[in-house]
Ligand binder design. Structure first.
Ligand code: PBG
Length: 327
């Protein structure tokens, strides 16, 4: 018993209704965090390596926020393209209370009060060298960077950000930011830690998007994780949970689905995955050439994250996916 022909797995695949009835994982708009790039200029700007994505003005952002809310997308994650003239060695613009990010947070909250706002905590959009932290000679100074990240997170929280998402990979920053948020009374501000963030080639188009590509000197291998490591992701997450993270992120997404599964199996904390710019660019490039069905591959890749155990996915596709899902 249990063997062919008594068992035929194709029986359950023969009708649309049986396939729907026994489907194990599903993707809905509730799973999506929409990553959007914003600009401090007056007109939206296309991003060559990310067809279909443009840097939004604050006006465009307000419109996007309303669309997201109407589509049932829970939250936006915003990434700034900063005027190069405002960048410096230490990323001072990151803590400007009247900077692009605080203004964007207020814009979203005004346009769509029930939409969550998630902000990257890292210095790379604001530094002339494109690194996520402050430099001491050639190296990224961990503890000096934390001081700046604390300020950056507080500025975000004061402006109304719901979730601070440190993506810098400094050691100890989750605890330090949590402590500062508590001290300043922002005890409801959540922390989504980019806990398992790898030094990846898949961030290429993003660096064009935020204008740090030309600036970046060297690579980020002394702070982001080695793509060869998995056990280390467990250590990163263990520490971040102990330090007060509410949610954790794996990044990039599809090439690291094993890490999503590993974390989902080992921790009782929501695990998110970031379908990064290079993943988006690959699907778009192949679709533009007629080599794959873009919409189908978009939805399949997003469902894969659910199958791997992710609570949700940060993606540039959120609006298109929510529309395709018919929500
Ligand atoms: C940096 C940051 C990066 C991304 C989000 N935040 C790039 C990097 O670490 O160099 C990448 C996002 C993407 O590729 O879509 N703090």
């Amino acid at each position: 018993m249990g063997l062919f022909p008594a068992t035929r797995l194709r029986r359950l695949r023969q009708h649309d209704w049986t396939r729907r009835l026994v489907q194990e994982n599903a993707l809905t708009a509730n799973d999506l965090i929409w990553s959007v790039v914003i600009t401090d200029q007056d007109t939206p700007e296309p991003i060559a390596a990310m067809p279909g994505v443009e840097r939004l003005t604050l006006k465009g952002l307000a419109k996007a926020a309303k669309e997201a809310e109407a589509l049932g997308i829970p939250a936006l994650a915003i990434f700034p393209h900063i005027d190069p003239a405002k960048k410096d060695e230490d990323g001072a613009e990151a803590v400007n209370r009247d900077g692009l990010i605080p203004n964007a947070i207020r814009t979203i909250k005004e346009a769509a009060p029930n939409l969550g706002v998630i902000c990257d905590v890292a210095l790379d959009p604001f530094t002339t060298h494109g690194h996520d932290g402050v430099l001491d000679g050639e190296t990224i100074d961990n503890d000096a960077t934390i001081e700046r990240l604390i300020e950056q997170a507080l500025v975000q929280a004061e402006a109304g950000c719901d979730v601070c998402a440190p993506s810098d990979m400094m050691d100890g920053r989750i605890g330090a930011i949590r402590e500062a948020l508590e001290f300043e009374g922002h005890y409801n501000t959540m922390i989504l830690s980019y806990a398992a963030k790898y030094a990846s080639g898949f961030y290429g188009p993003y660096r064009e998007a935020i204008g740090s590509a030309a600036a970046l000197k060297g690579d980020k291998k002394t702070y982001q994780m080695n793509p060869g490591n998995a056990a280390e992701a467990l250590r990163e997450v263990e520490l971040d949970i102990a330090e007060g993270a509410d949610m954790v992120m794996v990044k990039p997404g599809l090439p690291y689905l094993d890490i999503v599964r590993l974390l989902a199996d080992n921790f009782d904390i929501p695990v998110f995955a970031f379908q990064v710019s290079g993943e988006y660019a690959m699907i778009e490039a192949a679709a533009a050439n007629g080599w794959i069905d873009g919409e189908r591959c978009m939805l399949e890749s997003l469902l894969a994250f659910k199958r791997a155990g992710a609570s949700g996915i940060v993606t540039y596709y959120a609006r298109r996916a929510a529309m395709a899902l018919g929500s």
